[in-house]
Design a protein around this ligand. Structure first.
Ligand code: ADP
Ligand code: MG
Length: 262
């Protein structure tokens, strides 16, 4: 019998339980377990190919775990629980479940045929969460947070990469997610545009949304993270409070990685 292991009154509690994922028989995640508390900021570090993106994508079921499970606020991602049995969700129900887990891609993925405002109000209206009027009001508040209130009626292609990424963040926030996932949100940006996106993410952290971020921006990680997860070859080799990991990494691979980037 599967049962939710922990309960929390705050939203955005993530539990990863013994998750494995294979691609063509090769493991990308090997028995990964992790708990992320509501309102915390977790940064996932590790060399290329270590499974960071795969882990992030299993959190909102963009990838389905081959073994184990992910729970967000006691809900099984990709499944519904009936009479103590898990049943796989159909695509439509899965999309509904994903509403609560915002995902920001490396390459922004804004809808090119919609203005900035339309990009932000689309999902909350389609999912019936807000009336058009409220969605627009909400969108302006979000644009204020990411510092782009004057761009509401602009087309994505008229914006810089950094501005597009900030719009993508506002768009994800428009669904009031409990959790926001970021996969290398600044890696496609010119260096001078990185800071504005990182500042927008820092602002979110101060609002109390649970954030999980894959990034190679070590200075930013150090500044924003409550906890660090360090991955090597599909496994979490070290995890703990940011200060501890940065000041006193225990695992030789973490030590090696940090000595190269700090
Ligand atoms: P990271 O984000 O840390 O660079 P990934 O999670 O993207 O690592 O990849 C982990 C491993 O899984 C790598 O060996 C990668 O080649 C493999 N992998 C990831 N996605 C796929 C896929 N869609 N098909 C086949 N192999 C994949
Ligand atoms: Mg990746």
């Amino acid at each position: 019998m599967l049962q939710a292991k922990t309960a929390s009154s705050q939203k955005g509690h993530i539990l990863v339980h013994e998750v494995s994922k294979y691609y063509q028989g090769l493991p990308a995640l090997k028995n990964v377990s992790l708990e992320i508390l509501p309102g915390t900021v977790t940064v996932i570090l590790g060399p290329s190919g270590s499974g960071k993106s795969t882990l992030l994508r299993t959190l909102n079921c963009l990838e389905k775990a081959d073994k184990g499970f992910v729970q967000i606020d006691n809900e099984f991602m990709g499944y519904t629980l009936k009479n103590n049995k898990l049943y796989e969700l159909k695509e439509k129900e899965l999309l509904k479940q994903r509403i609560h887990v915002g995902y920001v891609f490396q390459n922004f993925n804004l809808f090119p045929h919609m203005t900035v405002l339309e990009n932000i109000i689309e999902a909350p209206i389609v999912h019936g969460l807000l009336t058009r009027e409220d969605a627009i009001k909400n969108a302006y508040e979000l644009l204020e947070i990411v510092g782009l209130k004057d761009k509401a009626n602009t087309w994505p292609k008229q914006l810089s990469g950094g501005q597009q990424q900030r719009i993508a963040i506002a768009r994800a926030l428009a669904l009031s997610p409990k959790v926001m996932l970021f996969d290398e949100p600044t890696s496609a940006l010119d260096p001078e545009l990185v800071k504005e996106v990182l500042n927008a993410i820092k602002k979110l952290a101060s609002l109390g949304t649970t954030l999980v971020i894959v990034t190679h921006e070590i200075g930013f990680a150090r500044e924003i993270a409550d906890n660090i997860v360090f991955m090597v070859e599909g496994e979490i080799v070290e995890t703990g409070p940011s200060d501890t990991i940065f000041q006193n990494p225990k695992h030789p691979r973490t030590q090696q990685f940090l000595s190269q980037v700090l």
